[in-house]
Design a protein around this ligand. Sequence first.
Ligand SMILES: NC(=O)c1ccc[n+]([C@@H]2O[C@H](COP(=O)([O-])OP(=O)(O)OC[C@H]3O[C@@H](n4cnc5c(N)ncnc54)[C@H](O)[C@@H]3O)[C@@H](O)[C@H]2O)c1
Length: 372
Amino acid sequence: MHIGCPKEIKPQEFRVGLTPNAAREAVNHGHQVSVETGAGAGAGFSDEDYVAAGATIVGTAPEIFEIADMVVKVKEPQPVERKMLRDGQILFTYLHLAPDPEQTKDLMESGATCIAYETVTDDRGGLPLLAPMSEVAGRLAPQVGAWTMQKANGGRGVLMGGVPGVGPARVVVIGGGVVGTHAARIAAGMGADVTVLDRSLPRLRYLDDVFGSVFKTSYASAGNTIELARAADMIVGAVLIPGAAAPKLISRAQLSELKPGAALVDVAIDQGGCFETSKATTHQDPIYDVDGIMHYCVANMPGAVARTSTIALGNATMPFMLSLADKGWRQACEDDPHLLNGLNVHAGKLTYYAVGKALGIDVISPSLALKA
Ligand SMILES: NC(=O)c1ccc[n+]([C@@H]2O[C@H](COP(=O)([O-])OP(=O)(O)OC[C@H]3O[C@@H](n4cnc5c(N)ncnc54)[C@H](O)[C@@H]3O)[C@@H](O)[C@H]2O)c1
């Protein structure tokens, strides 16, 4: 198969769909790999790195879309990229179609077979191609929160680990899933006093079993949440109710009960945020003040560490990418129901129920698409 990897063109996107290591694996499996010149630069990979891995460097995106049987990317294709997709081509990338009727329409019109990273599943009920980005955002949260807490940035002027004779920062993490667990581990590693709140007792039991000596856990009742928030120097928002907007767990009125200069890091901002006063910010201008409380609400946190994020994403996508290339999408999806769950669009038809429901478009079952 001919695998093509264009340079990402969405503003502020520095990741790349194929790492040189993934390219090398594909070449070793007997495939041809073409990468647009400069595609890996934002993640610290040069054209020479790809050539050394056996890939060919191509001058422009249209050439990549022209020659590739499968296009591998990071972000959803932008309008100019969607025009270049064609009948029978495979697109493997994040799509997030539910809130995006324009993109859905274009992908259906293209005739391409579009497999979305975010809906591929695993046998533990997880989302293996979303998890690496949650791990990155979770581990980044205490780092950016610590910066936000610095006096010059509007924060309380509190050091995460304290010093001998001065207590550490108190960090409260709301939501103990992938983001929350990684945030709590890093905050505890920086020396902070950390408590994780969650609504799931099985999850709290797991966290207590595994991390009981590293951080504390608490049930996320409204009472416990505000009591812990009042004492916190940093609060990380890491809740997720799949398919729904994030619940608002701290209201504007409650900000006056928090410590002046406390840092709210709302990782759940991509689902609308879990603090009433959260609004999405960018890496250029990441923080703002509401009633003396500092908010950090960057919606694409992994972009700040594009190299780590690219490698982490590549590790997760590589087995699926190789399976698609080795077997073709039909056989690969027939052999692996979790990959089949990633199928969102095929030959002009929508194949993902939740997207159809959100957009009011008829859906055919993915297993029917396999036979189409
Ligand atoms: N900003 C970014 O760059 C970025 C990057 C990655 C992920 N995210 C977002 O971070 C959020 C968390 O992702 P995740 O992968 O950790 O999800 P996850 O499903 O692994 O974890 C979510 C946790 O929240 C808990 N929860 C749900 N409602 C709750 C409530 N009311 N109170 C307390 N806990 C509650 C769940 O029980 C679960 O343990 C998502 O919104 C995700 O989209 C943002």
